[in-house]
Design a protein around this ligand. Structure first.
Ligand code: ATP
Ligand code: MG
Ligand code: MG
Ligand code: MG
Length: 573
């Protein structure tokens, strides 16, 4: 420590609110360079590498092959899949000296798919599992909590390529199992939650959440079964989960045919909205317009209202207050090309809450719109006045403690978590966009199917600190700690020499050692630093040395033992 590039701080940084942010800065693990952009100092870099190494070992163990792709990417890759636009403001876009557009990779589906397309041509080449550990760039709207939500951060991103759906399912299970092993080894308390509404079918996706009150994700768990889900997935079906394919291309939804009604009823019932719907319900659509006080502009809402129209209007008015609410005559509606602002589902009204999914099929007035014309899927929280766009941040849902579990077993309770990993069966979304095919055994091309699997390596480091600290500092689990033993020499005599000697012996026994050999630094400061840094075992070579004893401290449980100098190495190992 006399030469280590490390300065600890006694005060919390002014901008820090969560424990990991405070302690990682105070312990000299990271330093802020810009909002959401951090430098990793020597001890921090070691922890980051330790986490990366565990991830790497488990990826290699399932047959993953490590690559390193560029972070600086030409626009063309993301143009092909529409993400150059779709990614919105979160994408860092830039131009080279010739004016060509580039971006800094926020995730690499396109690039990996493109790479595989260039190298592999036959079904015999598949499956293949590729991964990298690399900086990612996202211009987050709210970078926060140090490295928990950075704008530049470290991610392990992996991609599976298979020839058929069974292959993809198997690849997904492989990665999922590896993730379980990774988070077990990291000593994290975590839950696996479904990230898309299972009942709605579609592609499968699960998130790994580290349980922590500072987490931005709310998840629910059932008291009666293993059911767990991100609240985003419980009530609000993800866009790809909507059975849009089943609907006719363009139907006047005021006089829909029987098949359309049936589809809509099925949709509502599958969504698990808390009651059963019949054909009669969907016919009672009411067109309503609203406007903010003082505003000239009316916005139109299509309300799917089951039951008594009068009662529901009162509820609606109450819920939308202070906005003005009026029913629109259907003839006006037909005559004016209003853009329907939202569709409020029946459950919301029944619950006296107006929060619901905007069904993309009804957002352009009187026509169902499907396929390429389908506007962006929107979820509007009318109570909070927020409009959530589909970048994965639908962050409020109406799930409350005590609600019945969707699987019928037990009731739900909510808790907070940090998304540390995400596994996703993408299917053919990206491979369709770039036409990634392989020749099948019959000589015919087969469209490859893909999965993607991310772990926020830098976020994991902070999540570990969130779960493992006390008022004095960090308590690293041994698997990721920057050292196994922290040998502290105090006093002016032989203690420092002796501390260095013990450190040397411990290293010979295969331990990783940090030694505090600073001169002119008080024992109190050294102890405080040791507790802040959080290395699992501390050996203190102090006053007892003249009597042939040193002290052994355990950072996690605070236990202290006097140990004979001759025995210390055996004890610490
Ligand atoms: P979040 O919901 O927290 O914004 P995400 O769903 O956008 O995360 P993914 O696209 O699934 O993130 O990326 C894979 C993993 O990368 C996440 O599970 C998370 O651990 C990590 N990650 C995502 N964004 C950040 C960030 N801004 N800072 C640090 N880690 C991140
Ligand atoms: Mg997320
Ligand atoms: Mg995000
Ligand atoms: Mg995610």
């Amino acid at each position: 420590m006399s030469t280590l590039f490390l300065r600890t701080l006694r005060e919390d940084p002014a901008d820090a609110e969560v424990p990991s942010h405070k302690l990682m800065v105070r312990g000299g693990y990271v330093r802020r360079a810009a909002p959401g952009v951090y430098s990793w100092l020597p001890l921090g870099k070691i922890v980051l590498e330790n986490v990366s190494e565990i991830v790497r070992e488990e990826m290699n163990a399932i047959g993953g092959q490590e690559l390193l792709l560029p972070a600086l990417l030409p626009r063309e890759y993301y143009e092909a899949t529409g993400r150059w636009e779709d990614y919105g403001d979160t994408l860092f876009r830039l131009q080279d000296r010739k004016g060509a557009d580039y971006l800094l990779g926020p995730t690499h589906e396109e690039v990996f798919a493109g790479l595989v397309k260039g190298e592999y041509t036959s079904y015999k080449d598949f499956p293949v599992w590729l991964y990298q550990i690399q900086e990612k760039f996202r211009d987050e709207a709210r970078p926060r909590a140090g490295v928990l939500r950075g704008r530049e951060f470290h991610m392990k991103d992996a991609y599976s390529f298979d020839i058929d759906d069974e292959g993809l399912a198997a690849s997904y299970e492989r990665f999922r199992a590896a993730y379980v092993r990774i988070f077990e080894r990291l000593g994290l308390e975590y839950v696996v939650v479904s990230a898309t509404a299972g009942a709605m079918g579609g592609s499968k996706s699960e998130e790994f959440l580290a349980v922590a009150p500072s987490g931005e994700d709310t998840f629910v768990r059932s008291t009666g079964s293993g059911y767990a889900a991100n609240v985003e997935a419980v009530e609000v079906p993800a866009p790809e989960a909507l059975p849009i394919e089943g609907l006719p291309e363009a139907v006047d939804h005021h006089t829909p045919d029987t098949a359309t009604i049936r589809t809509l009823v099925d949709f509502l019932n599958a969504a698990g909205l808390g009651r059963d719907f019949s054909e009669a319900d969907t016919l009672k659509n009411v067109m309503v317009k609203t406007r903010e006080p003082g505003s000239e502009d009316w916005e139109l809402l299509a309300i799917g209202v089951p039951g008594d129209r009068e009662v529901d209007m009162k509820r609606l008015e109450a819920a939308l207050e202070p906005a003005e609410v009026a029913v629109v005559d259907e003839k006006d509606f037909e005559a004016n090309p209003f853009l329907v602002k939202g569709y409020i589902g029946p459950r919301a009204l029944l619950d006296n809450k107006v929060r619901y999914l905007v069904d993309p099929r009804v957002v352009t007035g009187t026509r169902w719109v499907t396929g390429a014309d389908r506007p962006e899927h929107h979820v509007v929280d009318l109570v909070a006045g927020r409009d959530f766009t589909p970048d994965g941040t639908i962050d409020v849902a109406d799930v409350r403690d005590g609600d019945p579990s969707p699987d019928g077993q037990g009731t739900l309770y909510t808790a907070r978590g940090i998304e540390i990993g995400h596994v996703f069966q993408l299917g053919r979304k990206y491979t369709d966009a770039i036409e990634l095919d392989a020749l099948g055994p019959d000589g015919k091309p087969k469209r490859v199917t893909m999965g993607s699997y991310g772990i926020g390596v830098s976020r994991v480091v902070a999540s570990i600190v969130e779960q493992s600290h006390d008022e004095k500092g960090i308590v690293w689990p041994r698997a990721v700690a920057p050292a196994d033993v922290h040998v502290v020499g105090t006093g002016k005599g032989d203690q420092i020499e002796e501390a260095l000697r013990i450190a040397g012996e411990l290293e010979e026994r295969g331990l990783r050692v940090l030694v505090d050999d600073r001169k002119g630094v008080s024992p109190g400061v050294k102890f405080t630093d040791a507790e802040l840094l959080g290395i699992p075992t501390t050996v203190i070579v102090g006053r007892g040395l003249k009597d042939g004893v040193v002290e052994l401290r355990d950072r996690a449980d605070g236990a202290r033992d006097e140990v004979a100098l001759a025995d210390i190495v055996d004890h610490a190992v």
